[in-house]
Design a protein around this ligand. Sequence first.
Ligand code: SF4
Length: 499
Amino acid sequence: MSDFNPTLTLKERAEVALNDEFLRNAVKFTTQKLRTGKKVASDELGNWEDWRERARAIRLHTIAHLDYYLGEFIKNARANGVHVHIASNAEEAVDITMKIAASKEAKSVAKSKSMVSEELHINHALEQQGIEAVETDLGEYIIQLAGETPSHLIIPAIHKNKQQVADLFSEVSGETLPADTKVLAGFARAKLREKFLEADIGMTGCNFAIAETGSMVLFSNEGNARMVSTLPKTQITYMGMERIIPSLEDLEVMATMLPRSATGQKLTVYMSTITGPRRAEDSDGPEEMHIIIIDNGRSEQLGDPEFQEVLNCIRCGACLNACPVYRHVGGHTYGWVYSGPIGAVLTPRLNQDMEKWGEVAYASSLCGACHEACPVKIPLHDMLVYIRRQKVEEGYTPSTERMAFKGFKYVMSDYRRFKRSMKLGKIGQKFVAKDGVIKSKMGPLKGWNTYRDAPTMAEESFRESWSKLDWELSRDTPSMDPEILKRMNEAIAKRGKNK
Ligand code: SF4
């Protein structure tokens, strides 16, 4: 599957993914590996559930007092010499970025991985101003060359194989590169090193922002975030407004949970804590540092009893790896920046557009595996049900579905109607059933029957079987308490009258 196609519906995007055998195998293989890694790392820690409780408590407390901690963070970051900007939406964040870039007469930008910057489509905006933006995380670099968006929170190019990467890199290098991991990684390293050195601005995301010190924390495995945040003279950090944690002490808990949940590592290879721009005594670092704190729909979740907890997310990706739907269709099916169960909640909620995005909440079996996997215990499956309810209440369900449920209610609210519909169903199924299953791919059963067979209705209904069982019980159980037998027979007689 190439990328999100806005002209396709969720169902159509899922079809494309399901027909891509390589994508399905690659996503299944990698998510399984990540899940195994997480299990080993959490078992090794010993008291995982206690850590989960602690991490959840920190996030709940922080989000409940977000105004206070944001205020503390801004005050301390400014005291550290950082320029702090607030953007209420993506357009404002892009505007602020462009003003900074213009003031520096920037020609090129080196970026490390940042999901919030994907919300802004910042690369596109920079390119329109003639500024080259280069992703320096290897996975992000691959998908940037392919003109795609990330298909996993942690492994953006999860859906690509070595040959596809070799083809993309060969186009850049002008020579045919073999599908060999070492060769391809070596090519990217050499190419990106030039970009780090040339860049006028370094751009990063922010895993956590510490209110007490005004610092921001970056986790990475490739070292590119460190290069991006030290080599260019100007640094811009994008930060979702919920990234705050109160203190360094809380970072210990988050640094224990995030890498273990994301990749099964005890700690990522690099963890950088950046507290302001370069000082006189520092050997490296940016001369000027900006942090853009981005709302973009997040404050709408605050105070909402059903959704506030979604702001607790630490973007580890564990819910994606656990989700049976994501594991089949990968990330692009979800249509926006975030995928998997967290994407199915964030997409309609941050965009505040139930008509366009409400359908992604249906990309879930509601099995609860996401909740089980989540290191901060976000009840994602409950939120998905609330979004479905919201979509129905706002009238964004197809008229056929509304009619079907009205019909269902009409039939189910009266036993005689129910009985008649069962009779009709039994007659109707004769036209579409074969060998005890319905294989027809027509009408409302099409979606279901494309991948599985629906069983036919039983020749004898449960009520019919039950009536016989009552009769057999009364006849075949002479030792039954006569009083109970009498009451049972009375109940049977009464029900017979109601039929
Ligand atoms: S919802 Fe939980 S599991 Fe999913 S990305 Fe966020 S923190 Fe990780």
